[in-house]
Structures are given as structure tokens and as C-alpha cells.
Design a protein around this ligand. Sequence first.
Ligand code: FAD
Length: 502
Amino acid sequence: MENKQKSKIVIVGGGSAGWMSAAAFSHILPSEQYAISLVESDSIGTVSVGEATIPAILEFNQMLGINEAEFLAFTHGSFKLGIEFHDWYKKGHQYMHPFGPYGVPMQGIPFHHYWLKDKLRGKEQPLSDYCLEYRAALHNKFCHPQPQSRSALANIKYAYHFDAIKYAEYLSAFSMQRGVNKIKGDIKKVHQQTNSEDIKAVELADGSYIDGDIFIDCSGFKGLLIAQTLKVGFEDWREYLPCDSAIAQPSESLAEIKPYTISTAHDCGWQWQIPLQHRMGNGFVFSSEFLSKEVAINRLAKRLPSKALADARQLKWINGKRKQAWKNNCIAIGLSAGFIEPLESTGLQLIQSAIMRLLSLFPSGRCEPANINTYNRYTDDELWRIRDFIILHYKATERDDSEFWRYCRNMQIPDSLQDKIELYQASGRLFRENNELFNEISWFSVMNGQGLIPRAYHPLANHLEESHRQQNLSHIAGAMREAEQHMPNHKVYLQQYCKVKI
Ligand code: FAD
């Protein structure tokens, strides 16, 4: 089939969203039916900060057939077992949101109810005793799952930290090998069809004209096609999520490479530390309502864990989402579709799930309303639930040492989150709704870590004879301890498995 008879997909933007889309489409969609182009600008940069991921990224890479060791060596990556939160509930307190589960369900109910029984009597053991990922993180250990093992080592849940620029470079080479046509240039004009709002072509500064049938808007926060051209509105979540700015600055790597992200709350937001093989990624997230950029730059400089490797960069956003991510023949993916601040590393995951959703609804000809409406409904639902999870970190706190935290403690929250908190406080129960991204274990980690204590636990936990319950808990803790002792040091493991080739 000739090129001109193929359906033309034009991806606008060469950040992580653009290249993840290009990689997935070129790998999955038949090349005899689709021609894919990607336009990126050298003068308009990418955000280049999506460096911490969650375990879903493994599925994306596996779908693309990416060799993990080669990928991590190229992107200077490391492994991630969860996020450690410092000073969020109150100053001096810390907890982890690990990727793996606590213990095992007993009598069909989650482990945490059996643990809560001790907690409500003030006799609980640390949660890290019951979760291998948590325990291993605290001991700077990592290894891959060992499916042949009969212990928790069989199912270790992990994700990656990697260099965002290297990530886009890797996917760019991957996509071009599979036929994606990379076009360099600045888009100066977007042309629409005369008889509909459909996008017809984008015009570059040099006058060239790139026409297409389907346009993927990966142009970042500005939403060149979805917002500036198609005028799709924005649902603004500032009232619930006041952090709207970040200062990013890399620094030298430390002696140990921790297998987890660190998030430390400060008086107007929080600071991230993302350990890579060759450097530390740092960022200072804050609310511009409560802190100026200049003060934020200063504060980050003072709190860097090691010597700075580059100047500080500022990023600005509004938390929220496009009212429709798909309109006419344009689908917004990445920051153009919306953004929820990076506290739980959900940016790249949202791109991944948008790509997978689009692939399952990919238009074979015209963009039908049924496809568009289904896509938008699922996108909205996904974002609302993640939004609630992030708000929880700010709302459930004892901090009142600054105007920022007093605002967060007292702000109104969505009913959907209020209901979830009330249910947990009444009964320790949590339900994963509509296959939402964060499961009961994640919600429990953060609810408990942020100091919410339920009044009761599942009544079935009392049906297990007390001596059995205690035996089971100590057996689980012993098994986790033993499994962790078999794991090597994370840095040593990286050096053997995927050392950066310089
Ligand atoms: P961008 O990176 O902004 O790319 C936009 C592209 O569009 C660029 O290539 C640009 O050149 C092009 N473009 C724009 N206008 C034009 C034009 N007129 N002509 C031609 N080309 C144009 N996500 C995570 O998963 N984990 C994290 O730890 C994480 N941390 C983050 C921290 C911060 C502070 C922020 C703001 C985001 C973070 N994210 C994180 C989100 C993540 O960075 C983004 O989801 C991801 O990088 C995708 O960005 P993008 O490709 O949509 O946009």
C-alpha cells in the first residue's frame, strides 16, 4: 500500500508523552495501515522532569519488548520500591508508601485489619516488618523477583527512576527504527477543516505543512491543539491542590543509591529526591500563593543533599484536567491533557494508560462519538481518583506550623474523598473503585501514614483465635526478615546488572 493511502497520525511534541506515544503506536499499529510523524521543536524545550515511576511502567516496557538492563544502563536508571514520606503527618515523622503488600490476606480479609487490632491497643509492630519492599528499601537492598522462590521474593513489586532526557532519547531511537518520521520545527499555525472543527494540518515556521487524519497533542501544558485550537476548557483543582510550582536542580550522587524516592514536606510544599546512578534528581515543589520563586530557589540550594550539577530551573502548572482529552480528531496525551502534581509519580503512568486506552479504541476511520465519549469518561474517572489520593496527603495532617498547612488542613475536599476517609475511620475498610490506579494497600499506606486511625477493624479479625493471629503476624515478620537478608545491596546490584557505560 502506498504511503498516501495510509492513515496519517501526527504527534505534536517530542517530550516523554510524544515519544511514548510514538513508540507504542509504531510497535502496535500495522505499518501498512498507518504512517506516523512526530514534530518536535529544538527551541521549545521539554519539561524533562518525569524521573520517578510506578510499577505499571514495567508493563509498558515489556509490551515494547525493551531489554530492561540495556534500558536502565542507557537511562542511568535505578530501581524504586516505593516513596518515603518525611514530615508529612507531623515534623519528625516518616512512613513509606511501598509498592508491595503487607503480609497476606487471612480468612479473605486484608492483612491490615489484623495489624490494626494491635494498633488500636497501642501494641503494633512497625509496618515495615510485614512488607518486603518496605523492609528492603530501609536496608538499601534490591533484587528482581525470584519466581521459583516460595517466599515474598517471588513477587517483588518495583518501578524505576531514570533520567527523563535519556528516556525520551531512548524512545526516540526505538520509534524511528520502527518507521516514525521525526520532523524538527516550530509549529506556527494549526489549520482546521472548513466543514468541521477537525484538525487538517500543522504549519511549521519554515512554511512546511504536515497534514494528518489523527493528531495527538503532546505539546505540553499549553495544549497547542486541544486548548489553543479546539478551545477545550480546563477543570481547575487549585483549591484542593495548591502547589503549582517547582524548582528542579540535579546534584551529585551520594555514596548509597537508595531504592526509593524521598518526599520531604516543608512549610509550603515538599521536596523530592530521586536517586539515579550518575546523579540525584532534586525538586522543591511549592505553592506560589505562599512562597516566592526566589525564596524557593534559595531553600532548595540549602537543602540539596550534595553539590549542585546545574542551575535551578523553574516549572509552573495548574493542577487539573482538560474537560475533554479527545475532541474531534485530536487526542491530548501528557501534560496537554492535564496534570496532577508529581507527589506520587503518576505523570508517566497517565501517559501510558492514555496510550493503552486509545489503542483499544483506535479509530479505524472517522473518530466516532462512541469512541470519543468512552475514552473521555474513563480518562476523567482515572484522573478524579488519582486527584483524591494526592489530596489525602495534604488534608490528613497534623501540621499547622504555616499558613500553607493551615489552609490544607481546613480546605474543603471532594465528597468522593471525604466518603473514603469516613469509611476508613469508621471501619478500617477501603475499596478499590472501578479498577482505580491506587489499590487498597496504597490507600492504607497513606491513610495510616498520615495519622488516620480507624475506630474499628473488620469483625472477622476477631474470629481468628488471638494466639493464631499473633503467631501468623510473627511468622510473616520472620519470613520478611529472612527474605530481605537474601537480597543484595541496591548499588552493588545496579553495578552488576545495568552499570552505566560511559
Ligand atoms: P513536554 O515535556 O513539555 O513536551 C512538550 C513537547 O512539545 C516538546 O517537545 C516541545 O518542543 C513540543 N512543542 C511545544 N510547542 C511546540 C510548537 N509550537 N512546535 C513544535 N513543538 C512544540 N511524571 C512522572 O511520572 N514522574 C515524576 O517524577 C514526575 N515529576 C514531575 C515533576 C514536575 C515538576 C513536573 C512539572 C512534572 C513531573 N512529571 C512526572 C510529569 C512528567 O514530567 C510529564 O508527564 C512528562 O514529561 C510528559 O510531558 P509532555 O511530553 O506532555 O510535555
